[in-house]
Write a protein that binds this ligand. Structure first.
Ligand code: PLP
Length: 371
């Protein structure tokens, strides 16, 4: 018998890699210098922060810089600041996919309330955007196009390179929320800004980063001591920075091994859940995400019956607000189908036995309910 609960919620967050934890500890316990001080302790901390920045940058396009933030949500808010300057050039339209994470969607809605026109670009029943429809939507007034790389709820992979080419053609900026793809997939090279998060890549929580292409001007988000090139003031945490850097470096080192392991778990899971229907594209998806439904199932009840597995209901958005998932609704699922959907997220530290045991527990409870 495995240790319970079995953790199958790797899109919500990932466990901290032991190597990451070990790298962080001395920066909390021993090296307390402020990385912005000019004495030796400060310079040591600053050097560690810069190594971490390079480790993150190594997985990102070459012609740009990495700014540390407190989360991917903050990185996304920072990136949206670019629309203010675009508005001065008569560009007052924002286009984001209808299936974006709340970090992008709700920020876009906030700018709509500030007078920008917002287009929530539809996705098809597979969760994928139509490039033809997007091309028709983007125009000379478009300031920013936002598309995630991998969807956090359904795992589908958007054609970000092609979307970026359309944005570029029309002179708009392109933001890619790569939170669920960074460290796992190749990062598209032609976007202008990329947001990522530490706690989705076996790193610490409360740190993210924004990559910005050279030449893209960002207005300051947090005013103060002028840290992070004056854009995001506040003392950096060396422990969090080195944790994110180490997590990124480990992802780079282990990318093929992680990929093979997770693909293996996914093949097993798909066979064990063959009575369920997959939500979103079957093939154009990240293997570590399986969003599935069984008609007639009450997932609220299922979750309370299956306490031994930590997984997510497809019906509630990540914030736990209880709002029905806008992503599943965007695929055209009705309220009942949304309420009968679950999300299983496999990661580096899951084993085949855990997937088997979890499938057994979930399928048994589902059968009992449907009988
Ligand atoms: N974007 C996506 C696709 C996510 O999955 C998440 C977290 O769930 C975020 C953004 C927000 O990341 P953070 O928790 O670092 O703010």
């Amino acid at each position: 018998m495995r240790k319970l609960p079995i953790y199958l919620d790797n899109q919500a967050t990932t466990p901290v890699a032991p190597e990451v934890f070990d790298t962080m500890v001395p920066w909390m316990r021993d090296h307390y210098g402020n990385p912005h001080s000019s004495h030796i302790l400060g310079r040591q901390a600053a050097a560690a922060v810069e190594v971490a920045r390079e480790q993150v940058a190594a997985l990102l396009p070459a012609a740009g810089r990495v700014l540390f933030t407190g989360s991917a949500t903050e990185a996304i808010n920072l990136a949206f600041g670019t629309v203010q300057k675009m508005r001065q050039q008569a560009r007052d339209q924002i286009i984001v996919l209808d299936s974006e994470h709340a970090a992008v969607r709700d920020t876009a809605l906030w700018y709509q309330r500030q007078g920008f026109e917002l287009v929530l670009q539809p996705v098809d029943s597979d969760g994928l955007v139509s490039l033809e429809a997007l091309e028709a939507a983007i125009g000379p007034r478009t300031a920013l196009v936002g598309s995630m790389l991998v969807n956090n709820e359904i795992g589908v992979i958007q054609p970000v390179e092609a979307i970026a080419a359309l944005a570029d053609q029309s002179g708009a900026l392109m933001l890619c929320d790569a939170v669920q793809g960074f460290g796992r997939l190749d990062i598209p090279g032609h976007v202008d800004m990329i947001a990522l998060s530490g706690h989705k890549i076996y790193g610490p929580k409360a740190i993210g980063a924004l990559w910005v292409r050279d030449g893209v001007e960002l207005p300051a988000l947090i005013h103060g001591g002028g840290q992070e090139q004056g854009i995001r003031s506040g003392t950096l945490s060396p422990a969090l920075c080195v944790g994110l850097g180490k997590a990124a470096a480990l992802c780079a080192e282990r990318m093929d091994a992680d990929h093979a392991h997770i693909a293996n778990l996914a093949v097993k899971a798909r066979s064990l859940f063959s009575d369920w229907t997959i939500n979103g594209a079957r093939d154009q998806r990240y293997a570590g995400n399986l969003n599935i439904r069984r008609d007639g199932l009450d997932v609220g009840r299922l979750m309370s019956d299956v306490r031994g597995v930590a997984f997510s209901a497809g019906s509630a958005c990540a914030s736990g607000s209880g709002r029905p998932s806008h992503v599943l609704a965007a695929l055209g699922l009705d309220a009942k189908q949304i309420k009968s959907s679950i999300r299983l997220g496999f990661g580096r530290y899951n084993s085949l036995e855990e997937v088997e045991q979890a499938a057994c527990l979930i399928n048994d409870a589902a059968e009992k309910q449907l009988r």
